[in-house]
Design a protein around this ligand. Structure first.
Ligand SMILES: [Zn+2]
Length: 68
């Protein structure tokens, strides 16, 4: 089960991206807000939505939850 985090810096389009720990395309460590362990990216997205209204999965590490 991967550990997820959300980028505290939104994309230019307004979404905060959710990544798995270790993603090479993620932000600097200082911009990573931990979401904890989740069995799927959709659960990590749900957790991230408690903090941010617009959330999307990373194209590279959470492709199943990537919608934009
Ligand atoms: Zn990623």
């Amino acid at each position: 089960m991967p550990n997820y985090y959300v980028n505290t810096d939104p994309q230019s389009t307004g979404e905060n991206e959710v990544h798995e720990n270790g993603c090479k395309h993620g932000p600097l460590a200082s911009k990573q807000k931990s979401l904890g362990w989740h069995s799927s990216c959709s659960l990590a997205i749900a957790e991230a939505k408690k903090h941010y209204s617009k959330v999307d999965g990373c194209y590279y590490c959470a492709n199943a939850c990537h919608t934009r």
